[in-house]
Design a protein around this ligand. Structure first.
Ligand SMILES: *[C@@H]1O[C@H](CO)[C@@H](O)[C@H](O)[C@H]1NC(C)=O
Ligand SMILES: *[C@@H]1O[C@H](CO)[C@@H](O)[C@H](O)[C@H]1NC(C)=O
Ligand SMILES: *[C@@H]1O[C@H](CO)[C@@H](O)[C@H](O)[C@H]1NC(C)=O
Length: 324
C-alpha cells in the first residue's frame, strides 16, 4: 500500500503502558501512517525513542497545556485520533477532540479500554460516559472501545515479587465461580489496529476480550504454569466486604473529590461489578449495545489465558514484573 492510501493515525499517550502497546500494534499492522503526540521535553523518553526507531512520526504537543488552535495544527491531515491518556487527563481529551473536529478528523477513540457498564455502577465509567456525550454532541465520528478487565491485573505475581501491583494481584472478590471477560494489554493494541480501520465500527461501541473464564479457572492456570501455589496467596473479598469498601470509598470521594479518591473507588466498584454481579461478560456488553470484536474479526486470534500466563511467568517475565 502506498503511504497515500494508508490511514493516518495519531496516538496520544504513547508513552504510557497502554498507549505504547497501541502504537506498537499500529506499526506492526503495517497499514497505517502512525504519528504519536509527544509533550515537548519528552522526546527522549525510552518508549518514544523506541517507537520512533520503529517508524512512528512525532508531533510535539500537549493536550493539557495547548489551546484548541494549537492542537488543531497538529491534527491537519490526521484521519483517526486514538487517546490512551490517563484518567487525570480527561479535560485535556475534550480539548483534543474539539481540535480533532475542527481539523476534520474522521474518527476519534477516547481513552476507555475498560468495562461496558450501565450508569451508576462505576464512577470512572460514568465520567467516561460524560466524555462520550461530549464527543457525540461535537458531531465527530467516534469508536468507543472497551476491553473488560485487564488480564495483567489478574494473574497473581510470583511469590518472590513485591510492590503495589504484586499486592493488587493478590486481591479479588466473590466466589470465583462467575465468568469474567479479560484482555491482556498486549492484545488491546491488536484489537485497536483492527477496529479503527473498519467502517462497521464507526459511531459504535466495540467490546473486545481475549478470554472469558472464572477466577477458579484463571488460578488453576496460574498455579500450573507458574509451578507455585499462588492461588493460596489471593484474598477473595466477599460481597459484604466489597459493599463496605465501596461505601467507604464513596464517602472519601464525596468529602474530597480528587484523582486519588476517584481511583480509590475503581477497584471495589469494578470487583463488585465483575466478580459479584458477574456482569463483565461479552453477553452483557452486547445487551448494553456493544459490538463483539471477536465476531467482527473471526480470523484474529488473541492470546488465550494459558498462552498469556506462559509469557507472564516464563518467557517474558521481565516485561511484566521485574521492575515493580
Ligand atoms: C503546563 O503549563 C504549566 C504552567 O505553565 C507548567 O508548569 C507545566 O510544566 C506545563 N506542563 C507540561 C507538561 O508542559
Ligand atoms: C458518524 O457520526 C458523524 C458525526 O456525527 C457523522 O458525520 C457520520 O455521518 C456518522 N457516520 C455513520 C456511518 O454513522
Ligand atoms: C524469582 O524467582 C525466579 C525463579 O527462581 C527468578 O528467575 C527471578 O529472578 C526471581 N525474581 C526476583 C524478583 O527475585
Amino acid at each position: 500500500m502506498s503511504s497515500e492510501s494508508k490511514l493516518t493515525v495519531l496516538v496520544v499517550g504513547a508513552g504510557g503502558n497502554t498507549g505504547f502497546l497501541i502504537a506498537t500494534a499500529l506499526l506492526d499492522a503495517n497499514k497505517y501512517n502512525t504519528y504519536i503526540l509527544c509533550r515537548p521535553g519528552s522526546q527522549d523518553k525510552t518508549r518514544i525513542v523506541t517507537l520512533k526507531a520503529r517508524g512512528a512520526k512525532v508531533k510535539l504537543g500537549d493536550i493539557i497545556n495547548d489551546t484548541v488552535e494549537e492542537l488543531e495544527k497538529n491534527l491537519i491531515g490526521v484521519d483517526v485520533v486514538v487517546s490512551a491518556v490517563s484518567t487525570s487527563s480527561m479535560d485535556g481529551e475534550k480539548t483534543l477532540f474539539q481540535a480533532a473536529k475542527n481539523a476534520g478528523v474522521q474518527r476519534v477513540v477516547p481513552s476507555d479500554f475498560g468495562f461496558m457498564v450501565p450508569p451508576g455502577e462505576i464512577l470512572l465509567s460514568d465520567m467516561k460516559r460524560k466524555l462520550h456525550s461530549f464527543i457525540e454532541e461535537l458531531g465527530v465520528g467516534y469508536t468507543f472501545i472497551e476491553v473488560g478487565w485487564w488480564m495483567d491485573l489478574v494473574l497473581p505475581y510470583p511469590s518472590n515479587t513485591t510492590g503495589i501491583l504484586a499486592q493488587r494481584s493478590y486481591t479479588a472478590g466473590g466466589t470465583g465461580k462467575v465468568k469474567v471477560a479479560f484482555t491482556p494489554r498486549i492484545d488491546i493494541g491488536r484489537f485497536v489496529a483492527h477496529i479503527i480501520a473498519d467502517p462497521r465500527t464507526l459511531n459504535q461501541t466495540v467490546f473486545c476480550y481475549s478470554d472469558q473464564l472464572t477466577l477458579d479457572e484463571v488460578y488453576d492456570i496460574a498455579n500450573r504454569v507458574s509451578g507455585e501455589d499462588l492461588r493460596s496467596k489471593v484474598t477473595m473479598w466477599t460481597k459484604a466486604q466489597l459493599a463496605k469498601q465501596i461505601e467507604d470509598a464513596r464517602v472519601a470521594y464525596e468529602q474530597a473529590p480528587s484523582v486519588m479518591t476517584i481511583v480509590g473507588r475503581v477497584v471495589p466498584e469494578c470487583y463488585y461489578y465483575m466478580y459479584v454481579r458477574g456482569h463483565n461478560t461479552v453477553e452483557k456488553a452486547k445487551e448494553l449495545g456493544a459490538l463483539d470484536a471477536r465476531a467482527l474479526y473471526p480470523d484474529f486470534q488473541p492470546l488465550s489465558t494459558e498462552e498469556y500466563a506462559k509469557l507472564f511467568y516464563k518467557e517474558l517475565p521481565d516485561i511484566f514484573y521485574s521492575n515493580v
